[in-house]
Design a protein around this ligand. Structure first.
Ligand code: ADP
Length: 948
């Protein structure tokens, strides 16, 4: 029923109800504050006019099994219905409750007439003294919400229909008004809540009706300017603020209105205290139906402090970065400072070792050297770790040969593995790219760390290194490396921790094996930087498998087939080795190029395989034989095979470990055509096979084994070396080390001296320190390169302290060919020297030769020294021709010519009293006549050696 309908109904009632109607109209319009009083008044009005004794209204509680009297009226002569208005259980009056739920009203003219099922009600009513009653349910939107009771305690009432109907209608006013008031109350509380929120918000909120006028504002915005809400609302900016503030605000508002869409802006403005504050304003236009902006709603946060903090933070960050740069610079310097004296320690120990020492002294030196190595390793680890911490470690992008890096890492650890009697195998699977772009030294570092751990923690068995190509994505290869060992293994519970810094499997391990616990942490970071991850599988007591993946850009793919071996699919190769892994490596490399491989695990099996396949298409052409096998050794097997007619033509290749190198050198006597040292490098293996099969001429004439033999008696060639080094100790060590290998060098103490030296003399190799006074190594190299232009390229090797990332790139950029780091590993130095003079023709040092022989000639002949010198010079001028003639004759095995040329040499050297050459020539002539080539070569080599 609507408000209006209700008023009409009330108006249309009997005249004696006019009074009620008046009262009622008041009640219908009552507000929430006066509701309780008006309700009571209304009940009283009804009660008095209609002569009731009591009227009460029950409303059900939220839990509808309870109810509570909300209002009650009673004549002064009777007791109130309830002394306390509290919750009551609905079902104490079950009959009445049922009636209320199902009927529009319940009429009780006289309680004596109540039906028998209303026994509880009869009892209660009687106790309360009720004689007659009318109970009308109160509903709202068809829901029962309570009931109203009209009672007489003095008389029985004969309720007529009209009266009941009228009271029913009136009753509706109660429920209607109650619900209205309830809604209003909750609405008020919402409004109140919102204004509480708006006015208590820390954020400033305001609405503008145009560029210069406020519509409404919250407390926060008003108080920012030290004003009240009412000072601002519906006011013009220019009426509220001083001209400057009004100008700033209107300019800001104008810009926001212009945007015509949600916008954000920072505004600096003075607050009530005259402080400049920075506000971050967000605005949103509220538009009318025509699309015009009705209000611009703005919110603002004071971000002054936040901005200040940001600036502070930025400053702090810059300072921290500066400190970091200083730290890494410090690291660089420290690295340099530490490595330089380390160089001294290493060098002098090395030199000391080559002097005459007692056994005990040698032992001490060995211990000192190994302690220095450990120290250097620790220093390197700590420096790397600090660089990682300072995020200063970067990866280089250099093109490099993957196989070489892996094999280099392995060969570095061969001596230690050999010492412990461990086998090291390398297997680089097909598909692994030849060349990649990445950081070769960091990859080598990870591999070295894993392999050295494997060697360290393994007492017996073998260590395998496997490289595989997993997948490829857009010219980037995902490569998997595995380092397997048969060592002590790692407890499951320790596995999680070993990649963390300073962490070792357990304390006892530390005591037994030493180490910093940084290696794996560094490796793990390096692998991450190479786009991969590292993990380990291990069984305690059985061994470990460390695996890591990295992503490297492919520069040159794996060559499909080695063209040399293309047509050799009928060639069968036998590998005899007790190590299954080793056999697998050989097999894999040979299968890659299409050769057929048979395996035998010992000499007996080898012989059986050879004999059983002798007259078949599987006939063995080459046997690769391990030197050390249980039972019969490689030598013995070779001897046996050479005595079996069907096996004697099989080409034999010996496999030795590096500790057994001398067995390799003697292998030729046992019928081997060449030997290889383990771990086997694929290219060496293929080269050996190619030479054995006659597919390729070896660099040296008689195969690999011979290569080593010949090397030892080769003409010593004097390399021209320049050392550029400012540090005296380092110079001393370098020179002494060269001396110990019968070499000398020129010395420059800074870059500018080096420049001068190179312009005056033709050097084979220059070792250039990088940091020097006057002119550093980089600049000196760059200038040397400019000086050379296109004519020549002197080999320049940078000697770096290897302190900072990017050092190597800097060297290469400056025009250096390669670099070595301090402390200098002289093995590398000698390899570099050897490499650079490999193709150099031996040069005869005539001057020294004359000086050391002329005295004898002068003494015996009595000639003047000057005259004697002239004769010597004539002799020397003829020598190249003579030597050339001997070389040709040896090459063509023309012994007749050989004897003739030597005869000439014998004569002239005899005349000049050069006894050494004379005696050797006599022997050589004899051997030439006997046609003994090998002896001839050896004697001739000795003659040439006299000139150096
Ligand atoms: P370090 O070897 O210098 O202590 P690492 O970080 O290289 O530090 O190795 C951490 C620890 O992990 C080692 O101390 C050792 O307990 C364990 N560990 C590493 N590699 C192996 C391995 N191949 N076999 C058994 N334990 C290993």
């Amino acid at each position: 029923m609507s408000d209006e309908e209700f008023r009409i109904n009330a108006r249309g009632s009997d005249s004696y109800l006019k009074l009620i109607r008046n009262t009622f109209e008041n009640f219908l319009n009552v507000d929430s504050i006066n509701y309780d009083i008006e309700l009571k008044n209304t009940l009283e009005e009804i009660g008095v006019v209609l002569e009731f004794d009591r009227i009460y209204i029950y409303y059900f509680s939220k839990d509808p099994t309870f109810m509570r009297i909300e209002c009650q009226w009673n004549r002064d002569t009777v007791k109130p219905k309830r002394e306390f208005q509290e919750e009551e259980v609905v079902y104490t009056l079950p009959w009445l409750t049922r009636q209320i739920k199902t009927s529009n009203f319940v009429v009780i003219d006289n309680i004596e007439e109540l039906p028998t099922e209303a026994m509880f009600e009869a009892e209660v009513f009687k106790n309360e003294g009720i004689i007659s009653a009318l109970i009308i349910p109160l509903t709202y939107e068809e829901n029962l919400i309570g009931y109203i009771g009209y009672e007489s305690l003095s008389r029985a009432i004969n309720w007529d229909d009209e009266q009941v109907e009228m009271l029913r209608k009136i009753s509706k006013a109660f429920s209607y008004t109650r619900m209205r008031i309830g809604k209003e109350k909750s609405y008020e509380s919402i409004i109140e809540g919102q204004s509480i929120l708006l006015n208590n918000s820390q954020s400033q909120i305001w609405a503008l009706s145009n560029v210069t006028s406020y519509a409404t504002v919250n407390e926060s915005h008003a108080s920012f300017f030290g004003k009240n809400k009412s000072d601002l609302e519906y006011q013009d900016l220019y009426d509220i603020f001083d001209i400057d503030t009004a100008n700033i605000l209107s300019q800001n508002n104008w810009e926001l209105f212009q945007k015509n869409e949600p916008a954000e802006k920072e505004l600096e403005i003075k607050n009530s205290k005259g402080e400049n504050r920075l506000l971050k304003i967000k605005s949103k236009p509220q538009k009318d139906e025509t699309g015009n902006i009705k209000y611009l709603i703005c919110t603002a946060e004071d971000i002054t402090e936040q901005k200040r903090a940001e600036i502070e933070l930025c400053k702090a960050k810059e300072e921290a970065e500066a400190a970091n740069i200083a730290k890494s610079q410090f690291l660089a310097n420290m690295s340099h400072e530490i490595r330089t004296p380390m160089n001294g320690i290493f060098g002098f120990l090395e030199l000391l070792q080559s002097t005459n020492l007692s056994f005990e002294q040698k032992e001490y030196i060995r211990d000192a050297k190994s302690a220095s190595e450990v120290l250097l390793h620790i220093i390197n680890d700590i420096l790397d770790f600090s660089k990682i911490e300072a995020k200063k470690l970067t990866m280089e992008s250099i093109r490099f040969n993957l196989r070489t890096i892996i094999e280099d890492a392995v060969s570095l650890l061969v001596p230690r593995a050999t010492e412990k009697g461990l086998e090291l195998n390398v297997m680089i699977k097909s598909g692994v790219p030849e060349e990649v772009i990445g950081d070769p030294s960091r990859l080598r570092q990870v591999l070295t760390n894993l392999i050295s751990n494997a060697v360290k923690f393994t007492e017996s068995g073998e260590i395998s290194i496997i490289a595989d190509h997993l997948e490829e994505d857009n010219e980037v290869a995902v490569l998997r490396f595995e380092v397997r060992d048969t060592g002590i293994g790692i407890h499951k519970e320790d596995i999680e921790n070993i990649f963390k810094s300073f962490s070792q499997a357990d304390a006892s391990t530390t005591r037994k094996y030493g180490g910093t616990g940084l290696g794996l942490a560094i490796s793990s970071e390096l692998v991450k930087m190479m786009g991969g991850d590292i993990s380990v599988e291990s069984t305690f007591g059985e061994g470990s498998i460390f695996k890591f993946n990295i992503r490297l850009k492919i520069a040159k793919r794996a060559s499909e087939q080695n063209f040399m071996f293309e047509k050799l699919d009928d060639m069968n190769i036998l590998v005899v080795d007790d190590s299954e892994n080793n056999r697998a490596v050989v097999k894999s490399y040979l299968k890659e190029v299409g050769l057929k491989v048979f395996e035998a695990k010992d000499a007996g099996n080898g012989v059986t395989t050879i004999i059983s396949n002798a007259n078949t298409q599987n006939k063995i052409s080459i046997a690769i034989i391990d030197y050390e096998m249980p039972g019969i050794s490689g030598y013995e097997l070779a001897t046996t095979l050479k005595n079996i007619p069907i096996a004697k033509d099989i080409k034999l290749i010996l496999l030795t470990s590096s500790a057994q190198r001398e067995y390799g050198r003697n292998a030729k006597q046992y019928g081997f055509s060449s030997y290889l040292t383990k771990p086997i490098r694929r290219d060496d293996l293929l080269n050996c096979i190619a030479v054995a099969l006659g597919l390729k001429k070896d660099d040296e004439e008689d195969g690999v084994a011979e290569k080593h033999l010949i090397e030892e008696i080769h003409d010593p060639i004097k390399p021209r070396i320049l050392l550029v080094e400012d540090n005296e100790v380092n110079r001393k060590i370098f020179i002494s080390m060269l001396k110990s290998h019968n070499m000398t060098c020129d010395v420059s103490i800074d870059g500018s001296q080096a420049l001068k030296a190179v312009s005056e003399k033709d050097y084979d190799i220059v070792f250039m320190d990088c940091q020097m006074p006057v002119m550093d190594g980089y600049e000196s190299t760059a200038r040397i390169r400019r000086l050379e232009s296109n004519k020549k390229n002197t080999k320049i090797i940078a000697v770096t302290a290897n302190a900072m990332e990017g050092d190597s790139t800097k060297c290469i950029d400056a025009g250096m060919d390669d670099y070595i780091s301090k402390p200098i590993d002289f093995e590398i130095v000698f390899k570099m020297i050897e490499e650079c003079i490999k193709n150099k023709k031996p040069e005869i040092d005539y001057f020294n030769f004359i000086e050391s022989n002329i005295d004898n000639f002068v003494d015996t002949t009595g000639l003047e020294r000057e005259d004697a010198r002239e004769i010597f010079e004539d002799y020397i001028r003829c020598l190249p021709d003579l030597f050339g003639g001997i070389e040709d004759a040896i090459e063509c095995k023309n012994f007749e010519k050989l004897a003739k040329v030597i005869h000439e040499l014998k004569g002239s050297s005899g005349t000049l009293r050069i006894t050494s050459i004379h005696e050797l020539s006599i022997k050589l002539e004899e051997k030439a006549k006997e046609q003994k080539l090998d002896e001839c070569i050896e004697l001739f080599t000795q003659i040439k050696g006299l000139f150096h």
